[in-house]
Design a protein around this ligand. Sequence first.
Ligand code: SF4
Ligand code: SF4
Length: 442
Amino acid sequence: MSTTTTQPRRGFSGPDQPPEDVMRACVHCGFCLPVCPTYRETHRERSSPRGRIWLIKAVSEGELDISDPVFKSEMSLCLNCRACEAVCPSGVQYGELVESARAQIVQHEPQPASARAAKAVGMKLLLGSPRATRAASYGAKVYAKSGLGSAVGATGLMSKIGLGHAEALRPAMQDEFLVAGRESWPAIGSRRGTVALLAGCVMSTAFAEVHRATARVLARNGFDVVVPPNQGCCGALSVHAGEADHGRALAKRNIDALGGPEFDAIIVNAAGCGAAMKEYDFLLREDPAYADKAATFVERVKDASEFLAEAGLVETPGALPITATYQDACHLAHAQRITKQPRELLRAIPELDLVEMSESDLCCGSAGIYNLLQTEMAGQLRERKVDHATATGAAVIVSANPGCMLQMRAGLAARGSDVQVEHLMTILDRAYAQVEQETPGA
Ligand code: SF4
Ligand code: SF4
């Protein structure tokens, strides 16, 4: 008979440990509590940023086991929305703590077979290879066009097996995927520079037209737009899930593909991807071959709205007589601190009436694949967001993140609402298209 007993694992070990100095920077003031979506929904200290930092510190100091169920569940319940970071007077880089804590859980705790399989197939296979992403997206397109999706939906089967929310979030695939290396857009008018566009993973299939709209807007403003080959997924979903090694492999591939000196900037139009790419330096800080390259790379990563607002529009867009409200994506507003630029661009569109919603920067519950895993909290936050957005009376909700767009579209569809959700670059592109209509032959 074996006498081996499993010893509790106290303290962190190995790579990707939560940085001690970041933990110590928290002075427990509680300023972050009112902005934390999970605290606002639960009113539990342990579900607040301060409570989670306490839990991470307790594991670090050996007072709590890494397998403690409260520790593990709170690391999962956090949306990693970074709202706490944006208001913290001590500058606590909370995202570094929670992502490292998750990486430690993945390293040291046994993962359920279902989670291992989902990560192996969903994350490493499908997101790891643009070809595999396209194949899966093509399959999803065939499934939707065959009418099977509607037929299955009518049976209520997906809801019965607990996948109703996943079905509601399934993006519609576009006819023409964007394949990196195959399309480019020359600058229109006086040339101001050359930029590289991140194609990403699902963005390149389900949101390919957002990419083309982004490229047309950039070209219209004097930039050659290239979608360099050999790039791929930004790695955000892997890093958020604690799969830091996979995230690092994806980051290195993008640095090699997009980091050439011929590009004035690396343009990203998905807030979550941009935030992840601006943090490649932290992710690769211990990699001797890539640490310096990553530090240089992050300086050139720009959200499309940030880049255009900095460069300035060379031509006024055409008129769009619509009422719109803008939804701040967490990874744009909190992680990248970009809130004014998208609004400036919308206000540059003649006849567009921009109305503000309440709690625009409170997470909508999307948060990568959070809405597939933490369905209850994600659902509560989605309803809160849709309530605020629809209360404005706007016909269009504008966002700069595909995940938020899918989350809000699902919430609106469930209510039978005809309010549209559009990407900021799609709206701008549509406004520029009006210029041609207003001045035929221009
Ligand atoms: S994370 Fe920042 S805001 Fe929150 S309790 Fe700590 S020091 Fe205060
Ligand atoms: S990242 Fe968001 S959900 Fe997580 S503790 Fe901070 S504010 Fe709360």
